[in-house]
Every structure is written in C-alpha cells, then in structure tokens.
Ligand binder design. Sequence first.
Ligand SMILES: *Cc1c(COP(=O)(O)O)cnc(C)c1O
Length: 358
Amino acid sequence: MQNRLIDFASDTKSRPTDAMRAAMAAAEVGDEQAREDPTVNRLCAMAAELLGKDDAVFLPSGKMCNQVAYRVHCRPGDEIILDQWAHGVNSEAGGIAALSGANVRVLEGDHGVFDADQVRAAIRPHRPDVPRSRLVSVEQTTNRAGGAIWPLAVIEAVTGVARENGLAAHMDGARLLNAQAATGIAARDYAGPFDSVWIDLSKGLGCPVGGVLAGSARFIEEAWRFKHQFGGAMRQAGFLAAAGVYALENHVQRLADDHDNARQLAQGLAAIPGIEIDPEAFRTNIIFFDVSRTGLGADELNAHLIERGVRFQTLDAKQMRAVTHIDVGADDVSTALAAVREVIGAAATTPKRESRSR
Ligand SMILES: *Cc1c(COP(=O)(O)O)cnc(C)c1O
C-alpha cells in the first residue's frame, strides 16, 4: 500500500493514463518542424479554436510558451508588467532577461491579481531615458501567488489600459482550463482580450509534456522563428501531441473533480487543530495552508507525511501548498487527511516539542 506516493506537490506529478498512452502509441506522425505532423497540426487547430485565436504552435513546455511569447513581444530594453509572484519572474531561470533582454516591472497583486490602476501607474512615460513599457502579462489561474482566478472584468480593465497605452497583453494560461471549469466562463472569453495565450498540457490535463501557444497568424509566424531559435522545433512530436489531443477530448470536463477534491482537502485541513486555511478562498485545484501552529515546521511535517505515503509542497517554514490532479482521487484525500491528523496528533503528544500555542 505504501509504495504508491499520494502526491499533492503539484499537478505536474500526474502521469499519463493507460488510455492516453494508447492514444500516444497509435499517433500518426510526421516531421513537426516541416509542419508535416498531422497530430501536432490537429492539436494546434484544436487549441486555436478553444482559445479563439487564428493559430497556435506546439512547444515542449509551458516555460517555452512564456519565453517565446515574451521574445516575440519585446525588444531588448523593453519592460514587462507582471505580478511579483509570476512564474516568468521566479521560475524561468531569468529567461526574460537572458532571452528577451527585457526588464520586469513587478506589481503587488491581490493573490496575483493586480488592477487597472496599478497598471496605469506602472506604465512608463515616453522618454528616451526610461524603459519602454511593452507588455502586460497575467497568470490564469495564479499559481504561487495564491491560486486565484482573474475575474473577467478585471482582465478587461487591465488589458484595456494596456491597449490604450500601446502595450500588448499576454496570458500565461497554464491553468486557464481550471478557471473555465470553476466559473463556467469559456477559455476563449478569458483569452479574448490577449494578443497571446497558452495552455499547459502537463498540469491538470495530465499529459507528459508540452504547451500550446495561440495568437494571431502573424504572432504565431514570429513565434515559429523563436521556437527554432530556442531549440523547440521538433520532429515526430505527434506522439506527444497525441496526449494533448486526447486530454482536450477527455480530460477537460474532469477538472471539476479536481476542484471538488481540493475543496474536500481544504475543508478537512481546516478542521485539524493548528492548521490555518480558509477553505472559501480556493475555487480550483490549488490550496495553500499555514502549519506554524501545529508544532511542526512545514519541512518536518512533509517528511513525516512522506513516510506515510503522502506528499505536499513546502513553500517556506510555515506555508504549504497542495494541488489536486488526475492521479489523486477522493479516497486519496481521505487517506491524506488521516495521515495529517496522525502526524500532528503525534507531534502534539511528543513532550519535547515546543508548545503549540505561540
Ligand atoms: C507550470 C507553470 C509554467 C511552466 O510550465 P511547464 O510546462 O512546467 O514548463 C508556467 N506558468 C505557470 C503559471 C505554471 O504553473
């Protein structure tokens, strides 16, 4: 029983299902970079349709989707406005600086969601001595900033300010389909005001790798240049794209199950003494909680859980994140909650621990 890890560390931990593997093995393939791979072409057409854009390009990772988009939009010395916790700022190895030569202007959003006034205040004047504000980039849903959904009205206001000032707008839609599942607002409606938008295949959709970046025909032609330049042009990539086609056909509706499981987990954690979480704050598959009053540090708690076959993600000494996905079901949520209760109960009765009250 214990050899299977119930892994809430990330939705990237999901592995392809048997049916997805079968679809991959059966894929019709060709030379992707000659645009002759029928399965890649099909995936791109499906993504363009889903996102309401002219065209799309398949890339080996979500990171490359962001970096290619930033490179298309920006010239060296340009500035990109993003939230302080944005993936592109914190988790892409400085790619914005290294690959696009662009500056970042980070805003302090509310769980990663900033507003039109903040953007207006961050846009630089037209002067030769300041960076040129070029792009506003938002993350739907926000990841490290708190698992929030950008409301459509805020998206419209923020992209409206961008447009009035001659800036382009980009959506890192790694989990855009989770926002769609949670609100019922179509992905293409969220994507509408953006010049570029991508979805990740290897998060909640459960594929092994990849992202699909969409935009105008002209944007995608430029994106192809940097797909080659960054080494993301592939050959028989249809085996990978087949997983994406399968996921778009079979794994979109089920994202709502991940949200139900996350809600169950959040409610269960809220009932455990010492764990601080507002279950109402989370509507998709990502939850955050504070363990500082349990008497255990986050790393220590996680180590004890891993011994019991359950893993969360540690963010710092106090904060943890849990993400639900196709490989963790409702039973796994119950198992995880029992493990947390056991570990924390054990911690509470171990005499040499520090007092649980602050
Ligand atoms: C995971 C993630 C990425 C990067 O995607 P990969 O497919 O892992 O490269 C980018 N942005 C956000 C918000 C993410 O969560």
